[in-house]
Design a protein around this ligand. Structure first.
Ligand code: SF4
Length: 240
């Protein structure tokens, strides 16, 4: 399923050891400083914030990987779980549940017993950036963790990339591995599916950010349609 060049790392990395090394990572000084100085939202205190790299989570046997941009400063950076504690997750998890990818409709905090089904969720950049905008160097620094996560999910068939930032970062990984020649052959178009010459297929989607929801760029119907497309891809993979 997964490309040979990425699969080589499977034996060396597990999700547990990736997340363990991630917790100590300080490779992006701008992000480390930002988190260190982040003021908590009233009435919370800093001790109620995760304030560290946010590891991916989900089903280790997942056939689907969802990749977001980066933890929200007062969402995932507070709770320590991707898309948890902010508007993007409040929108997304009920729809993942409706599509059968989540055990229930709400992710509240790391210890709430919430489970994903056939799905793993992570971010292209694991530390919260100022203004939700990682810099190119930060995508680059964090890309090896994404590569390792992909390698540690041997059943992977579909990668859902939310937003241009996550989409481009994954294309860069494919280009660096020699799996694609030109990133421009893969324009970001919401709902479009691509099958590179090796590895899982990709599907691009607008991000489920509060801004996109409020402006109507992303709607419930649009996200459910993307999830339906993923179900079809999984079924066609079973029939191959
Ligand atoms: S964004 Fe990634 S590479 Fe940068 S400090 Fe955080 S975990 Fe490390």
């Amino acid at each position: 399923m997964i490309s040979e060049s990425l699969q080589k790392k499977t034996t060396a990395f597990t999700l547990e050891n990736i997340n363990s090394r991630l917790s100590d990572c300080r490779k992006c000084p701008r992000l480390v400083d930002y988190i260190a100085g982040l003021a908590p939202r009233n009435p919370m205190s800093r001790t109620e914030y995760w304030n560290a790299p946010v590891p991916g989570f989900g089903d280790p046997g997942a056939r689907v990987l969802l990749v977001g941009l980066a933890p929200g400063a007062h969402g995932a950076n507070r709770t320590g779980r991707p898309f948890t504690g902010d508007g993007a997750g409040d929108f997304m998890y009920p729809l993942l549940h409706e599509a059968g990818f989540a055990g229930r409709a709400e992710s509240r905090h790391r210890e709430d017993g919430f489970r994903l089904k056939d799905l793993y969720i992570s971010n292209a950049v694991k530390c919260a950036p100022p203004g939700n905008r990682p810099e190119n160097a930060e995508f680059t620094q964090c890309r090896p963790f994404l590569e390792e996560e992909i390698a540690a999910l041997p059943g992977l068939q579909v990668i859902l990339l939310l937003g241009q930032g996550a989409f481009s970062s994954y294309l860069r990984l494919l280009k660096d591995k020699g799996i694609i020649e030109k990133m421009t052959d893969f324009p970001f178009v919401h709902g479009r599916v691509y099958q590179p010459s090796q590895g899982p297929c990709l599907i691009a989607s607008y991000h489920t950010s509060r801004y996109n929801i409020q402006t109507g760029r992303m709607t419930t119907e649009m996200f459910l349609s993307v999830l339906e497309k993923i179900r079809e891809l999984l079924v066609s993979g079973e029939n191959r």
